[in-house]
Design a protein around this ligand. Structure first.
Ligand code: APR
Ligand code: PHB
Length: 385
C-alpha cells in the first residue's frame, strides 16, 4: 500500500493529524496496534487548552466537545489549611480551558476518520521502519505488510517503535523520573467542586477533577510500586477527605489505576523522512494536564508544514518542525515539572522543603505576577507562528 503520510498510532496525535491532513486533501494511513474499544476507553487527562479546542474545531471534531465540554475559568489550590482560587481570564487576557475527556476526543476523531477519512487500521502493529525511504512494515490480519510513504509520523506514544527507529547517535534523550506515582480513580459521584482542586498536603498530593455532573475523576499521590488492590474504596475516600480538607459525596469507584510519573524529551523530533509527535517524543507528569495539549500542538505545527510542502513544494516548515515544537515543549516540560514539585511531598521530604513549597503557594495566592505565571502555562502558551 502507498500513501503520502504514514501515521503510526491512533491516539490523539495520530488521529488529529489524520483529520487535519484529510481536510487539506492530503491522504494518510493510520495504523493502530490495539483494537478500537481499547483505544476509546483509555483513561487519560481531560483538560483542553484553547489551542487544542481550536485544532479540534479546525479538524471538524468540535461538535460534541462544544455541546458536552465544560468551560473552566480557574482552579482551586488548597494548602496550609486554606483554599485559594486562581482566576484564569483576569490573569491571561481572557483565556480558560475546556474540561472534555481524552476518551471523548479520541471517539470523536475515530468516528470522523471512519466516516470519510483514509484507512484507519486497528490491530495493525508497526513492526519496522525504514526512516530514509519512509517504509513502514506492519502486521495486520495475520499478514506482514508494507506501507510506502512520502513521510512517516510516529504518533505511537512512549512505548512505540518510532523513537527507537532513530539511530541512537542521532538522538538525545532527556529524562527525569519521580519518587511517587498517582492513584487515579473514576467514581460515580458528583464532582467535589465546580472547578478542579489541586491540594498540597504533607500526606501527599490530591487532585479532584471531573468527567460529567455525575462522574468524578480523582487522584492521590502514592508511593511508586503501589498496588491498587491496597486501596479499597473506603480508604480512598477517607484519604481524599483528609487531603482535600472537605468531605466529597461518595460513590462506587468504577476504575482504579496507578500511574507512574516521568518527564522525557527526545531531540530532535525529526530524522530523515520520520517525524515524532506527542508522547512518542515527550512525556510530562500529568499535574499540568499538558500531555494531550502538547500532542495537539505538535500535529497542528506538522500539519501546517505538510500542507505548505504539498501546496508549494517548500520543505522550509518541515525542516523547522523540530525546533519549532521543542521551544514550546520545553516550556511545558518545565511547567509540568515545577507544578509537580510544588504540590507533591517527596518521601522523607525535609521540613525546610515543605516550608518552601508553602511559601511559593502563598506567593501565588497573594501576587498576581506569581499567579499569572501559573495561569499562563496552565491555559496554554501561544502556538508558534
Ligand atoms: N504500531 C501501531 N500502533 C502503536 C504502536 C505500534 N508499534 N505502538 C504504539 N501504538 C499506539 C498505541 O496503542 C496508542 O494507541 O500508538 C498510540 C499512541 O497514543 P498515545 O499514547 O495516546 O499518545 P499520543 O497520541 O501522543 O497522545 C498523548 O495521550 O497517552 C496520552 O498522556 C498522554 O495525554 C497524552 C496523550
Ligand atoms: C483529569 O481530569 O484527568 C486531570 C485534570 C487535570 C490534571 C490531570 C488530570 O492536571
Amino acid at each position: 500500500m502507498h500513501t503520502t503520510v504514514g501515521i503510526i498510532g491512533a491516539g490523539p496525535a495520530g488521529l488529529l493529524l489524520a483529520r487535519l491532513l484529510h481536510n487539506a486533501g492530503i491522504d494518510s494511513v493510520v495504523m493502530e496496534r490495539r483494537d478500537r474499544g481499547y483505544v476509546e476507553q483509555r483513561q487519560r487527562a481531560g483538560i483542553l487548552e484553547q489551542a487544542t479546542v481550536d485544532a479540534l474545531r479546525a479538524a471538524g471534531a468540535g461538535a460534541r466537545m462544544d455541546r458536552d465540554g465544560i468551560p473552566h475559568h480557574g482552579i482551586e489550590l488548597r494548602f496550609g489549611g486554606r483554599a485559594h482560587r486562581v482566576d484564569f481570564p483576569s490573569l491571561t487576557g481572557g483565556r480558560g480551558v475546556m474540561v472534555y475527556a481524552q476518551t471523548e476526543v479520541v471517539k470523536d476523531l475515530i468516528a470522523l476518520q471512519l466516516a470519510d477519512g483514509g484507512p484507519l487500521l486497528f490491530e495493525a502493529e508497526a513492526t519496522g521502519l525504514d526512516v530514509d525511504g519512509a517504509v513502514v512494515r506492519y502486521r495486520h490480519e495475520g499478514r506482514e505488510q508494507t506501507l510506502t510513504c512520502e513521510y512517516v509520523v510516529g504518533c505511537d506514544g512512549f512505548h512505540g517503535i518510532a523513537r527507537g527507529a532513530v539511530p541512537e547517535g542521532a538522538r538525545t534523550t532527556y529524562e527525569r523520573t519521580y519518587p511517587y506515582s498517582w492513584l487515579g480513580i473514576l467514581a460515580e459521584a458528583p464532582p467535589v467542586h465546580d472547578e478542579l482542586i489541586y491540594a498540597h498536603s504533607e500526606r501527599g498530593f490530591a487532585l479532584a477533577s471531573m468527567r460529567s455532573p455525575s462522574v468524578s475523576r480523582l487522584y492521590l499521590q502514592v508511593p511508586n510500586g503501589t498496588d491498587p488492590a491496597d486501596w479499597p474504596d473506603e480508604r480512598i475516600w477517607d484519604e481524599l477527605d483528609v487531603r482535600l480538607g472537605r468531605r466529597p459525596e461518595r460513590g462506587p469507584v468504577t476504575a482504579k489505576a496507578v500511574l507512574p510519573m516521568r518527564s522525557h524529551v527526545t531531540e530532535p523530533m525529526r530524522h530523515g523522512r520520520l517525524f515524532l509527535a506527542g508522547d512518542a517524543a515527550h512525556i510530562v507528569p500529568p499535574t499540568g494536564a499538558k500531555g494531550l495539549n502538547l500532542a495537539a500542538a505538535d500535529v497542528a505545527v506538522l500539519a501546517r508544514a505538510l500542507i505548505r510542502w504539498r501546496e508549494t513544494g517548500s520543505a522550509e516548515l518541515l525542516d523547522a518542525y523540530s525546533d519549532t515544537c521543542l521551544r514550546r515543549v520545553w516550556q511545558a516540560v518545565h511547567f509540568s515539572y515545577s507544578m509537580t514539585a510544588l504540590l507533591h511531598t517527596e518521601p522523607g521530604q525535609s521540613a525546610f522543603a515543605t516550608r518552601l513549597q508553602l511559601s511559593q503557594l502563598e506567593r501565588i495566592a497573594t501576587s498576581p505576577h506569581a499567579a499569572a505565571e501559573l495561569a499562563e502555562n496552565y491555559t496554554g502558551l501561544p502556538l508558534p507562528d
